[in-house]
Design a protein around this ligand. Structure first.
Ligand code: A5P
Length: 228
């Protein structure tokens, strides 16, 4: 599996050109990309990165990748990130690593989002991977009820689980909590995305709709490039 992640990362790093502002994703596949990128930087490629999590930022610093922030710049040329699922329309579920909010902000600021993954992430319908929903701790019980209603209006009855770490709620880089919704199958990702976004206690959700421009999927056969 590690080898497949590296193969996808190597394909994506070829897309990075001198002087680009590069959004840098989070997760094990994105970390494979960070190592590939640092090799090119060591060989003289000049780029500036914007990491999507504290964890990725730390790794970039260790590997001496120059960084900036979206407070300093407004647009990025490209973002490379992993995914938890990708469907035939290149819609994604992301946030398994808890970084979905920064990931979506960075992807939305980028001219193109390149997704890298092993072939196990390809699905016909999104939803087998529990959908992460980032919420404000205040009003949690009420927010959970709204999330349930939003799911039901899309024909989904899902078990909701507050993500935990060491018997405490998992806290995101922005200080929020995450609710994982075991949807099973999401037939209308755009409709569900709109409904979840309209809930006041929901900060963001892991449905990435119309954001990915290209997906590199690695399998033992090679790396397949998916575009629309
Ligand atoms: C991080 O919050 C996620 O969106 C990751 O991009 C996603 O979970 C993929 O992670 P892996 O590359 O570790 O599978």
């Amino acid at each position: 599996m590690e080898n497949l992640k590296k193969k996808a990362a190597l394909a994506a790093v070829e897309r990075i050109e001198p002087d680009m502002l590069v959004g840098i994703g989070t997760g094990s596949t994105a970390e494979a990309f960070i190592y590939c990128l640092s090799e090119r930087v060591q060989n003289g490629l000049q780029i500036t990165g914007v990491p999507t999590s504290k964890r990725s930022e730390e790794l970039c610093r260790v590997l001496s990748i120059p960084l900036t922030t979206l407070e300093e710049v407004s647009h990025l040329d490209i973002t490379v990130d992993g995914t938890d699922e990708v469907d035939p329309c290149l819609n994604l579920i992301k946030g398994g690593g808890g970084a979905l909010l920064r990931e979506k902000i960075v992807a939305s600021a980028s001219r193109q989002m390149i997704v890298i993954a092993d072939n196990s992430k390809r699905v016909e319908h999104l939803g087998a991977f529990p959908l992460p929903v980032e919420v404000i701790p205040f009003g949690l019980t009420s927010t959970l009820r709204h999330i349930e209603k939003a799911l039901q209006s899309c024909g989904i009855t899902a078990e909701l689980t507050l993500r935990a770490q060491a018997h405490q709620p998992f806290v995101t880089d922005e200080g929020h909590w995450i609710v994982d919704a075991a949807c099973g199958r999401i037939d209308d990702p755009s409709g569900l995305a709109a409904r979840l976004s309209s809930i006041p206690g929901v900060v963001e959700h892991g449905l990435f709709i119309d954001l990915a421009s290209c997906v590199y999927l690695a399998s033992s056969e090679g790396v397949e490039m998916l575009t629309l």
